[in-house]
Design a protein around this ligand. Structure first.
Ligand code: DGY
Length: 320
């Protein structure tokens, strides 16, 4: 008898057909709505593998419902939605999809940086609302990018890819990371700065560190106070790394100049969230890795990870 898996969202037929060669597949058939928790709690009971997204909270309670589960394959590089330690205790492997989304996420990070610096959202709205009556010298003026300093917090794969882009734009690049990376420093001409020094120095700060207990609220009131009034903060990692109340205060008091945000504490962010009332914020709905090609690569890699674990083959993307 084939092993069984549950997929928590409708994914491409091509991948489902590929999976069906190895396992019996059951799938939540909606593309835009996450599987309700009660259904997931029922479905997880007998399956050998769970293929899930970052919208599913795979916590202790859910893991405890599973009787046969051997692998949880997350279609994302981040896995803060899964209690990986508890899964390990239960002998369940958790896998993720690093690498395949690096360049795409770096593209979006740099796009947000540029959009915030040059007020693209505001400018587009201004034009669409028929407010453009004449060219004028200081209309919608933003910040320069060339010749400024980018501070990268978290120099993983995506951090390095953002640094490569910034280099092409003539930026000076400084970074903070738990471990220094001398080879990358040499290759990309980066300078390591202690955390607080980076906050005081950078014109642009990109948050690219994973979300963990250590990085929760890493950027809070105290950190905003250290930043310069022209600082632009970009977050394409996870919302919880930046305290949103403190961010709102910093932006509305013009303690910093702007923010480009792809991720939020609660997703989806509600349309009446105070942050969305501010003009100096550019927002996108967690689309860092959202190119057609990359989302297909992530979906395929998540499928391959799941099958490798079920077939007891070598899998390089087990995170616990
Ligand atoms: C991830 O993979 O963790 C992103 O947030 C979604 O691509």
């Amino acid at each position: 008898m084939k092993q069984r898996i549950y997929i928590t969202r409708k994914i491409s037929n091509e991948i489902v057909e590929w999976l069906k060669q190895f396992v019996d597949v059951k799938m939540w058939m909606e593309e835009e709505t996450p599987v309700p928790r009660a259904i997931l709690q029922k479905e997880i009971r007998e399956v050998d593998g769970l293929y899930c997204l970052l919208t599913e909270q795979v916590d202790r309670e859910l893991i405890n419902q599973a009787n046969n589960l051997k692998v949880i394959s997350n279609m994302a590089v981040g896995y803060n939605n899964i209690d990986i330690e508890y899964a390990a205790k239960k002998g369940i492997a958790v896998t993720n999809t690093p690498g395949v989304l690096t360049e795409t996420t770096a593209d979006l990070t740099f796009s947000l940086l540029m959009a915030t610096a040059r007020r693209l959202g505001e400018a587009e709205q201004f034009l669409r609302e028929g407010k453009w009556t004449t060219w004028s010298p200081m209309l919608l003026t933003g910040q320069d990018i060339y010749g400024t300093t980018l501070g990268i917090i978290g120099l993983g794969r995506i951090g390095e890819a953002v640094a490569r882009r910034a280099k092409g734009f003539g930026m000076k690049i400084i970074y903070y990371n738990r471990n220094r990376k001398p080879n990358v420093e040499r290759e990309l001409n980066l300078t390591y700065y202690p955390f607080e020094e980076l906050l005081k120095t950078a014109d642009y700060i990109c948050i690219l560190t994973p979300f963990t207990d250590e990085t929760k609220n890493l950027i809070d009131e105290r950190e905003f106070k250290l930043m310069k009034p022209n600082t632009i903060l970009i977050n394409t990692s996870r919302g919880g790394i930046v305290n949103e109340e403190a961010l709102y205060k910093a932006l509305s008091k013009n303690q910093i100049w702007g923010a480009g945000l792809d991720v939020f504490d609660e997703e989806p962010i509600s349309a009446d969230h105070p942050l969305l009332s501010l003009k100096n914020v550019v927002v996108t709905p967690h689309i860092g890795s959202a190119s057609i090609q990359t989302r297909m690569r992530m979906a395929k890699l998540a499928a391959e990870n799941l099958i490798s674990v079920l077939q007891k083959k070598q899998c390089s993307f087990i995170v616990n």
